[in-house]
Every structure is written in C-alpha cells, then in structure tokens.
Design a protein around this ligand. Structure first.
Ligand code: NAP
Length: 566
C-alpha cells in the first residue's frame, strides 16, 4: 500500500479518483495516457468494486462476458479468454485484477481507505479529500467512481444481535468459502441477487427457507461454456460491434429488436414467439424487447408478464407455490430490474426448499434460533440477507461533499438527486461522477457506459487544458432541464410504477425519484456528443481568477421528446 502522506504535507495530484472498481481503473488508465497525475482511494483491499464485494454463491454477470468487458484496448481484448457466456464473480475478479496488473494501475491506488469528506477550496480552485485513515490529498479535479450499487442495505430487523447462527449480507460476503452443508438456511430477498443465490444455496444446504416479499419475474440465462472460436468470432468483428453497440438502447447487442406489436400476432403466434425468446434465454432485455411497447404500454407488458406467469405454473409442481411465485398483475415486467437465472423457479420443486410470503406476514425480528414473522417462527442455522443497496446516491451521500461556497451535496439533493447528464451537479465545480443518477448506467451495459462517461470527461479535460481553462461547472438551468427531461422520459413508461431501488423505494425515507436516465444509451451518447460539439452547452468553463467564464451561447433543452422506447 502506498503511504501518500509519507512526505511533507498533503499529496497534490491533478485528479483524485474515489473508487478502484471498473470505472476507477479505466479513469486511472486514461489519466496516465494524458500525463496527468492521479490518486485513487479505495475502501476495499483490492480492485474490482462490485466484483470484489459480491462473492455470494451463484454471483455472475448477466450481460454476455464478451460484451461485459473493457473495449478500450485491442491487446487486452485479445489477451483475455472468457470461459462462459455469463462469467462468474471469481472469473470477473480475476479479469479486473489482470487489467490492474497489465496496465500497472495499482501504484496509483491507496487501498483499505474510505474517503470521508471532499471539500472545494474556492481560492485555491482545488478539492481536498480526507480519508478515514487520516490522509489528506488535493487536486484540481475529483471524479467519483463510487459505483451505483455499492452501499449495501440491510433492513434493521430487531434481534439480529441475539441470533446465535451465522448471518451474511450478499454484498459483504466473506472471502473464505462459506459451507452451508447440513444447515438450515434462510434467505431474505428475491431480487437479482437472491434469484442467483437461491438455486446454488439450495443444492448445498440441508434446508432452505426463502422469505419473499415481492415475487419477481425472471427468465432463463441459458448460461453455457463459450464454444471454441466464439470469442474470436466476436473479436473479428469488434470494430463493427463498437459502432453497433453505440446505437443500442442498453449498450449491448445480441437480441432482435421488436418489429411488431403483440396484437399483430395471434395467440398461438405470440406463444410460439415468446417460447422462442424464453428458450434462447440470455440478457434480461430479451423478453422486454419481444414486442414493441412492452416498457410503455400496459397491454403489451401484460402479454409478456402473463407469459412468465404461465411459465411459473408450468415449471413449479405445486400450484399454490407457483401462484405465490407469480408477481402481482399490477407489477409491470421490467419495472423492477429483470434478472436472469439458472433454475430459479424449478428450485421450488425441491423437497428441501420452502417459500414463505413475508408480504402477507412480515418479518418481525430475528431470535436466538431463527426468524420470527407475523405468524410463525422459523428455526435457522444461517441467514442470508439479499436485501440490496442504497443505490445510486447512498455512497455519494455518505461522503461529506461540499463545493464552492460550501454547497453541500446532501442539501442539493434533499429532494432527490439532480444532475446534469448524470455527470455533474450544479454548485459542485470540477467534480464529476461516473454512472451517476440521471445517466443511463444501470439501464445499460455498465462497462460500455463507464467507458463512454470517462471518454467524455477526458475530452472535456483535454478541451479545457488546450484552452488554458481550469474550472467547469454545470449550470443550474441546464441541470433543471435535464432533470425534467429525464423525469418525462421515465414517466412516459411503466418503469417508475414499481417500488424498486430505481425509485429509492427500498430505503425508508428516501425521496421517490426515478434515478436512471431511461432515454437510452444511444440517445444519451448522441446528446453528450452534441453538447460537447456545442462548446459544452450547459456547462460554465472558466479560468480560475480571470473572472471571464466562457460558455456556449445556446442553452436549449438538452433532450429530445420522451418516447420511452426500448
Ligand atoms: P434488490 O433488487 O433491491 O432486492 C432486494 C430484495 O430484498 C427484494 O426482494 C426486496 O423485497 C427484499 N427485501 C428488502 N427489504 C425487505 C424486508 N424488510 N423484508 C423482506 N424482504 C425485503 O437487491 P439485489 O437483489 O441485491 O439487486 C440489486 C441490483 O444489483 C439488481 O437490481 C441489479 O441491478 C444488480 N445485480 C446484478 C446482478 C448481475 O448482473 N448479474 C446480480 C445481482 C444484482 P421487495 O421487492 O418487496 O422490496
């Protein structure tokens, strides 16, 4: 580990980076390419972010491995071989470790260190970061590469301290193997994480009780080993893929886009077409793009949702259990993040698996021997909390961030997160965020999205450097327009209707705001490029101290009309 304060006074670099996950590493790479000095602080003992922390059984990516990879280096692409269609967490972590070593990025990272505050000094035109280990570091720019799902959430169930068994949160999983053999295990949560973990834990545990509050729609991943030559074939047309992916809604290719509305098919044709999609399996968008309008139209959405409900009844032997697994009809498919799975519904046919509805009888407390709901007590040796994250804003708000004039992020976001393009917050000069609220990020292939964000920020830094500028700030009116545009886009769809982490509904007291940008990665990227070409419209660029901000004349609304297409 580097002791950055071994010398005299605070370390000063050009750019401070918070986080050494996939975003942080790519930022460090880009900064070094430009000859800019950087220091990253990382709370974990290693690189990898999401893939460092989420070591729970069954954890794997659900964007195809060849696409869920860095695309900035042809050498790296050629050197790494993926083994499965959807890589496991250990393979992904090996990949991130390889990248960090390959480009010698670790030397710019201070590990085991959490940033506690980031304050901007107006006169010095620089950020000062302080950490929980007493480091102080300063820089002209600060980039928050803190991840979208990096602050785990565990409901404050009373009595956990009395529980005599083991308990785990999936996002803080131990590094040593956990063995559930012979144990009675309970798992709380049936989001993407629970749905991945449940089939794997069920195979090992003596007994597994699944505590489900909201049933989820999921479809088969159809994971498999990559065949010989498959990755090579992908790489052979990589340039073409790069152009294609740039024009996709979710920054990924590989499923046909809808060509017709559901009511253009007969019932038999619909069934056959959806069966085909189900059999092919793969990325979550596959079912959502089976017909036009699924994300926006109740009727179209119901066709696909009903198909999944039918599938649940077809797979699950006990009709009562099947019914309990069926999401309610007022929950649109896709409004909660759609998972993909391996044998999730079939797991409920196992003799050692029990499904408990904790919406009907909520969890009340943990006891010394298990878990108490409103109507029963469950004896358990181990409890797994797959209860998610304080997503998109939690990690940022845990840092005391104050811009020029003391503008605090916590105050700026008192009514929910507001950003310009998910990249900057008005009032916080020279501070960028990667995949922040208001960006497509979590609705897209995160690596393609983070490369787009980082490249755009690097373009801005190059531009400022060339013009002798050293201060950039999002304008309040541009931010307000972006927030309104993002809200309109989301409201035109069924997506905000679910009580999901996308709207902050999973965290008590969190303001209900649909946080991701649902206008599509393609449209978003076009807008970012147009804004840059227009002299960084909506941003104030200036040279510190000369009192002459240079900004683009145009202040038009950044977005196009909302359509909620998918
Ligand atoms: P999540 O989607 O927020 O799910 C949390 C689960 O915990 C929900 O089922 C929720 O029920 C339940 N829960 C929360 N509080 C509860 C309580 N008091 N009592 C009973 N149940 C409670 O979290 P997640 O599954 O960790 O997934 C978060 C996100 O991480 C995903 O949406 C996805 O973006 C990402 N992820 C990706 C992958 C992948 O790429 N392969 C894998 C895992 C996760 P309710 O639904 O009723 O709130």
């Amino acid at each position: 580990m580097v002791d950055i304060n071994a010398g005299d006074g605070p370390e000063n670099v050009d750019v401070l980076v918070i986080g050494a996950g996939l975003s942080g590493l790519y930022i460090l790479y880009c900064l070094r390419q430009r000859g800019l000095s950087a220091r990253a602080f990382e709370a974990a003992s290693g690189v990898g972010g999401t893939w460092y922390w989420n070591r729970y059984p069954g954890a794997r990516v659900d964007v195809e491995s060849v696409q869920y990879a860095y695309h900035f280096s042809d050498e790296l692409l050629a050197e790494w071989t993926w083994s499965e269609r959807f890589a496991t967490q250990p393979e992904l972590l090996r990949y991130v470790d390889y990248v960090a070593d390959r480009f010698e990025l670790r030397r710019d990272v201070t590990f085991d260190t959490r940033v506690v505050s980031a304050h901007f000094d107006d006169d010095a035109n620089q950020w000062t970061l302080k950490t929980d280990r007493g480091h102080v570091a300063t820089a002209r720019y600060c980039i928050m590469a803190t991840g979208s799902l990096s602050t785990p959430y565990r409901p404050p169930f009373p009595g956990l301290e009395d529980f005599e068994g083991e308990w785990y949160h999936t996002a803080m999983w131990p590094h040593d193997a956990v063995d559930f053999t012979g144990k009675r295990v309970g798992i709380v949560g049936t989001g993407s994480t629970g749905i991945q973990a449940i089939p794997v834990v069920a195979e090992q545990a003596r007994h597994l009780t699944v505590f489900q509050r909201t049933p989820n729609y999921t479809s088969p991943a159809r994971n498999r080993p990559l065949e010989a030559g498959e990755q090579a074939a992908f790489l052979a047309r990589h340039e073409e893929w790069r152009a294609d992916v740039r024009n996709t809604f979710a920054a990924m290719t590989g499923f046909p886009l809808p060509t017709k509305f559901a009511d253009e098919d007969t019932a038999e044709q619909r069934r056959a077409w959806l069966e085909q999609r189900w059999e092919e399996g793969g990325m979550p968008h596959s079912l959502l793009t089976a017909y036009k309008g699924v994300p926006v139209d109740e009727g179209a959405n119901r066709v696909v949702a009903d198909f999944v409900r039918d599938k649940i009844h077809e797979i699950v032997a006990d009709p009562e259990v099947a019914e309990r697994l069926c999401p309610p009809v007022d929950l649109p498919i896709g409004a909660k993040r759609p998972p993909i799975d391996t044998d999730y519904y079939a797991t409920f046919n196992r003799d050692n698996v029990r499904l408990v509805d904790v919406k009907a009888a909520p969890i009340q407390r943990m006891t010394s021997t298990g878990l108490q709901t409103a109507d029963a007590h469950y004896e358990l040796d181990a409890i797994i909390f797959a209860t998610g994250f304080d997503a998109m804003t939690g990690t940022l708000l845990n840092i005391d961030i104050r811009g020029p004039g003391g503008c605090a992020l916590a105050e700026a976001w008192a009514d929910g997160p507001a950003t310009y393009l998910g990249l900057m917050v008005a009032g916080l000069a020279n501070l960028f965020m990667i995949n922040g609220p208001g960006s497509p990020s979590v609705k897209a292939n995160m690596i393609v999205a983070l490369e787009q964000h980082t490249d755009w920020i690097m373009g801005l830094l190059d531009h400022m450097n060339a013009d002798g500028l050293d201060r950039v700030e999002a304008k309040g009116d541009a931010q307000a327009e972006w927030v309104e545009h993002a809200r309109e886009v989301a409201e035109a769809t069924l997506m905000p209707r679910a009580d999901s982490w996308y709207v902050g509904a999973n965290i008590p007291g969190k303001k209900r705001v649909y946080m991701p940008y649902y206008g599509g990665f393609d449209r978003y990227s076009d807008l970012c490029e147009a804004i840059a070409a227009d002299g960084y419209r909506g941003f104030t660029l200036s040279r510190h101290g000369d009192g002459a901000p240079r900004d683009a004349a145009s202040r038009e609304a950044p977005g196009a009309e909302a359509t909620g297409r998918n």
